[in-house]
Design a protein. Sequence first.
Length: 129
Amino acid sequence: MNRFHGALRRARHELRDDRRGLQAIDQGLDQGAEAESNCTAINEEDGLLRDSLVLLEVERTILDERWPTEEALEKVLEERRRLARLVGGEAASLEIACLERAFERVVTSLASRSHGKKLPDNGKGDTRH
């Protein structure tokens, strides 16, 4: 659960930084449709990563099923895709695409964090010379 919340926090910080970057670029410039679209997409992703129902689904999957975070995210995404297919419509498809991007940010954050970790030293040190 701690891995999930840490990755979620890092993904939301990344979104905040992306939003600030877009705002800095747009200051003094005529804001085009692409910049506005990017800002809207960032806000939607951030909203989904703050959505208590989405987060609760992931947390319950992690705790109840004892699944790793990556698998819990994939399961929740699959359930949401299935519901979107049942509901149909462009809005449901757009929300799933946004949720996919948001979850991808969290998974990327998990991967970057795990690659940066070193194994703990067992106290014996390196005996190779």
